[in-house]
Design a binder for this molecule. Structure first.
Ligand code: PMP
Ligand code: GLN
Length: 396
């Protein structure tokens, strides 16, 4: 039955081995190092949201297959959230789809919208599932590389490069803001230019906004769907994992015009069909939390960012201060190193800390080689300990 002449994994997926997140979390487990690699909080989200999940389980809500598009309570809560925060109006029945995390939303969207041979223009470095899902759809990716600006304050999008990347085969632009791993929040001007390009070239836009609530220092999260000409051509992806610190619940969603949602649902129904029944009810309650929850969450994460960023800077790394997400990207060259992979593999032994080499998020690996990502969604004492370890290991 098996053949050794032919590898089991098909050609579309051959370049994708184990995700870096699994590899680095395993390294943290075997070495006992502090895991600042994979992005997950080390404390759970609000108690009342956890209790809402327990209540749903006990009351028998969602213990059997929920409806394919998601439970009505959650779809309504998602639509209310989009209206309250951004003035966007979506019909919960035809324009909202609940998915198994943003990961399934990305997969279903790309599998639904792409034909083999289509091109997807995406911002590099990109979240690893984008490349894999584009490949599963038989399409190809065209990276546009975000580069440090001259003051090395942030990673910046070159709008001319973006424009040049679009060809007659381009089907969609795949955008992520706030951006993992660089922490860049695209500005209103950048997003307006992206929108204008999409309208001019008649492109669909898929925008991953899972870090929408994690923006700092007055940065503004501008949903692409709010910009002129975008409401009808944009698929917006969100997730409860990041906003409510329940990454294991895997509740995500898509909001888009009815035709797009119908298409995405067609693919989604053959991936998981449905998921996370009781958790959907709990996330519906979470989305209705008062603004104070979102403000406190942001303030807490900002303090964590500052703590870790200070430790990294003291250790001698160049820190790109993130305006969003819960990741900080650094440049290791001031330490006399240039290979992020080698650095991350040796970091547990040298400093007792695990991080992620940004090169895995690049097609142009050399462009990402010296950059390393650290997650700061961890308890203050854990971050303080990590910062101390890094200082000790690298400052002389
Ligand atoms: N998109 C981005 C940019 C992410 O960083 C992540 C995971 N942290 C996801 C999507 C996946 O989200 P989920 O856990 O909801 O599947
Ligand atoms: N999105 C998380 C990160 O960037 C990891 C999620 C995963 O492990 N797939 O760290």
């Amino acid at each position: 039955m098996t053949s050794t002449a032919r590898p089991f994994l098909n050609r579309r997926l051959a370049e994708f081995g184990t995700t870096i997140f699994a590899e680095m979390s395993a390294l943290a487990a075997t070495t006992g190092a502090i895991n600042l690699g994979q992005g997950f909080p080390d404390t759970d989200g609000p108690e009342e949201v956890r209790e809402a999940a327990v209540r749903a389980l006990r009351d028998g809500r969602g213990n059997q297959y929920p409806p394919g598009p998601g439970v009505p309570e959650l779809r309504t809560a998602i639509a209310d959230h989009q209206r309250r925060r951004y003035g966007l109006s979506f019909d919960p029945d035809t324009e909202v789809l609940v998915t198994a995390g943003a990961t399934e939303a990305i997969a279903a969207t790309l599998l639904a919208l792409l034909e083999p041979g289509d091109e997807v223009v995406a911002l590099e470095p990109y979240y690893d599932s984008y490349a894999a899902c584009i490949a599963m759809a038989g399409a190809s990716r065209v990276p546009v590389t975000l580069r440090p600006d001259p003051e090395r304050a942030r990673f910046r999008l070159d709008l001319d490069e973006l424009r040049d990347a679009v060809t007659d085969r381009t089907r969609l632009l795949l955008i992520n803001t706030p951006h993992n791993p660089t922490g860049t929040v695209l500005t209103r001007e950048e997003l307006t230019a992206i929108a204008a390009l999409a309208v001019e070239r008649d492109l669909l836009v898929v925008t991953d906004e899972v870090y929408e609530h994690l923006v700092f220092d007055g940065a503004e999260h501008v949903p692409l769907a709010t910009l002129p000409g975008m409401r009808e051509r944009t698929v917006t992806i969100g997730s409860a994992g990041k906003t409510f610190s329940f990454t294991g619940w895997k509740v995500g969603w898509v909001t888009a015009a009815p035709g797009l949602v119908t298409a995405v649902r067609s693919a989604k129904q053959f991936l998981t069909y449905v998921s996370s029944g009781p958790f959907q009810y709990a996330v519906a309650e979470a989305l209705a939390l008062p603004d104070s929850y979102f403000d406190d969450f942001r303030a807490d994460m900002r303090a964590k960012r500052d703590l870790l960023a200070a430790g990294l800077a003291d250790a001698g790394l160049t820190v790109f201060r993130p305006a969003g997400t819960y990741f900080v990207t650094t440049d290791i060259r001031p330490l006399g190193e240039s290979d992020g992979f080698a650095f991350c593999r040796s970091l547990p032994e040298r400093a007792g800390v695990v991080a992620i080499p940004n090169a895995v998020f690049y097609d142009h690996r050399e462009a990402g080689a010296p950059f390393v990502r650290f997650a700061f969604c961890k308890r203050t004492e854990v971050l303080a300990d990590a910062a101390e370890r890094l200082r000790k290991a690298f400052s002389h």
